[in-house]
Design a protein around this ligand. Structure first.
Ligand code: S3P
Length: 182
């Protein structure tokens, strides 16, 4: 399943902002008894400030540098469900930092659903600021979709709850996980 048919030692959930990566990651970690690591939370802890403040102070380049450093720090931990931010999978060389015993899952979401889901916390996504985010969502998603397509599995999240998505992923990966003793 990981390309080389190795047992899966970690899972990474990829996809656009608002796809539900963090919620699904938390539930999936609980289901599997694996640790859930949210990369943006790791970055915020290290920087001692919120993601939108990092963007304001250091720009997107500063944020991407921190994203790379945080990925390096956790790259070889086993039994982890990793949920990075929506741009992570499209950064050249970043996904390859994780070992080949990593399985990636693309949580697909439509631009309309992104806007609906993110309307509760406007201002927290620096790349989507502005009064009408739909055109920016469409453009960014178009830029990234070729990367997301490289994921090992995909599931449409538009009409599914995080519980349903996590149950589906568990069903697909459970037989292929590394054993608890390895
Ligand atoms: C980003 C997505 C955000 C966060 C940052 C950049 C992106 O995470 O990492 O604002 O480039 O798509 P979520 O996908 O969890 O919203």
């Amino acid at each position: 399943m990981t390309g080389g048919e190795r047992a899966i030692a970690r899972l990474v959930l990829v996809g656009f902002m608002g796809a539900g990566k963090s919620s699904v990651g938390r539930l999936l970690g609980d289901r599997l008894g694996w640790r859930h690591i949210d990369l943006d939370e790791e970055i915020e802890r290290e920087a001692e400030c919120a993601i939108h403040e990092i963007f304001a102070r250091e720009g997107e380049d500063g944020f991407r540098r921190r994203e790379r450093e945080a990925t390096r720090r956790i790259a070889h931990l086993p039994r982890v469900v990793l949920t990075p931010g929506g741009g992570w999978f499209a950064q050249p060389g970043l996904p390859a930092l994780l070992g080949r015993d990593t399985l990636s899952v693309w949580l697909q979401v439509s631009p309309e659903r992104v806007v609906h889901r993110l309307s509760d916390d406007p201002g927290l996504r620096p790349l989507l600021s502005g009064s009408d985010p739909l055109p920016s969502v469409r453009r960014l998603l178009e830029d990234r979709v070729a990367s997301y397509r490289q994921a090992d599995l995909k599931i449409d999240t538009d009409r599914r709850t995080p519980e349903e998505v996590s149950a589906w992923i568990e069903g697909r990966v459970r037989p292929h996980l590394i054993s608890d003793s390895s």
